[in-house]
Design a protein around this ligand. Structure first.
Ligand code: URA
Length: 409
């Protein structure tokens, strides 16, 4: 049997790992047989030398099999999931999940928390008083059967190998590798069981993929993996050169998503375009209809208020009290705000989405380490989007926090 030492050298020298070697390494690392230092060396060799599509498939499959695979066969080909490769101000799940359910998809979704400059859907949902993010598998499936949608916290038994490998990549400079990112994301999506998977591959300053060719390659790699597992999978490339919509922060993003579902669309064409496109793509895959027809259906479900009605049913089923977002007398606001003022006339040409996400985190909206508590009211509101004209004295953005000592950072 090949030793891990030889496998590291093989990859370092540009070789191709066999199916057996990959399965063995994933199993042995998950079971604490391979130490972190050897796995780190192998991950770095993969970062530098890459992986073939067969190696990437075997790695994904080994990580899928390291834990449970959710059985959604009771929904036939109607189960549909979406996944974003990460962004700033991304509140699309709150919109897409009820919209896709309204279009006849069965949305059984597991989401995660934010770390670093990108937010997490579960943190955003926890800004809704009473919303239950932890459920049993039976409750999860029952809810999807009854109302077509459930979003809960990711189960620890889904792809545990990825959890362990990702934590190591995070501290060893080995996140930025297309085969490693693709296998990591797809292992969780495949284990989560949906037949349709729609991938929102973000590109730009706030995304993992900073340029279009790399985003295309990541999208292609993930789509190919999904198809090899027999899934109906497609990818949409979306702009993350500026935050999506206007709000960055947990409660404020929830507010923006609810306002959008209630028909408010104050020129937020990026949020509308991305949300409707993702929901439409899910429906297109499930019903085997054209993307254009699915988009028209999605737009109708949004404009008619049917998607919002579905959202209310979903909130009711999961215990969420959204009156803090819909009743002006109950609305919550961060106690401390500070405006960023334009010091000259012109146009907003560029925004560094990663830095804005980092600033929102420093205000309390995100975690620097996984055990940090978050301030649900903290965040940033972008009053100006790229391309807008600006007059000296205009407010470009407003910072919000419960702890004013955070402004300095
Ligand atoms: N998200 C993941 O789940 N895995 C990666 O490797 C990168 C982003």
């Amino acid at each position: 049997m090949t030793r891990i030492y030889d496998v590291i050298k093989k990859k370092r020298d540009g070789g191709t790992l066999s199916e057996g070697e990959i399965r063995r390494i994933v199993a042995d690392y998950t079971n604490d047989i391979i130490p972190d230092y050897q796995m780190s060396a192998l991950l770095m060799a993969i970062c530098i030398c890459g992986m073939s599509s067969e190696e990437t498939y075997y790695l994904t499959d080994a990580m899928v099999r390291s834990g449970d695979i959710i059985d959604l066969s009771c929904f036939g080909t109607r189960s549909a999931d979406k996944h974003s490769t990460g962004g700033v101000g991304d509140k699309t799940t709150m919109i897409v999940a009820p919209l896709a359910a309204e279009l006849g998809c069965r949305v059984a979704k597991m989401s995660g928390r934010g770390l670093g400059h990108t937010g997490g859907t579960i943190d955003k949902l926890e800004s809704i008083p009473g919303y239950r993010t932890m459920m049993t598998s039976a409750q999860f499936l029952d809810q999807v059967t009854e109302i077509g949608v459930c979003v809960m916290g990711a189960n620890a038994s889904i792809a545990p190998a990825d959890k362990k490998i990702y934590a190591l990549r995070d501290v060893t400079g080995t996140v930025e590798s297309i085969p490693l990112i693709a296998s990591s994301i797809m292992s969780k999506k495949i284990a989560a069981g949906s037949d349709t998977i729609v991938l929102d591959v973000t590109v730009g300053s706030g995304a993992f993929m900073k340029d279009l060719p790399s985003a295309r390659l990541l999208a292609r790699t993930m789509v190919d993996i999904g198809k090899a597992f027999g899934k109906r999978v497609s990818a949409v490339l979306t702009d993350m050169d500026q935050p999506l919509g206007r709000q960055i922060g947990n409660a404020s993003e929830m507010q923006e998503a609810i306002d959008f579902l209630r028909g408010r669309d104050d020129g937020l064409s990026d949020l509308r375009q991305v949300s409707l496109t993702l929901a439409a793509q899910m429906a297109a895959n499930v019903h085997r209809i054209s993307a254009d027809e699915a988009f028209a259906r999605a737009e109708h479900a949004w404009r008619s208020g049917a998607a919002y009605e579905r959202f209310l049913t979903w909130m009711h089923a999961q215990g969420g009290d959204i009156s803090v977002f819909t009743d002006p007398n109950k609305q919550l606001h961060a106690p401390h705000t500070r405006d960023i003022i334009a010091d000259e006339d012109g146009y907003l040409q560029k925004v560094d989405a990663e830095k804005i996400g980092g600033a929102a985190m420093l205000l309390g909206a995100g975690r620097q380490t996984k055990d940090d508590a978050i301030d649900l009211l903290a965040g940033i509101c972008m009053h100006k989007k790229v391309g807008m004209s600006v007059k000296r004295g205009d407010v470009l953005a407003t910072m919000q926090t419960s702890d004013p000592t955070r402004f300095a950072a």
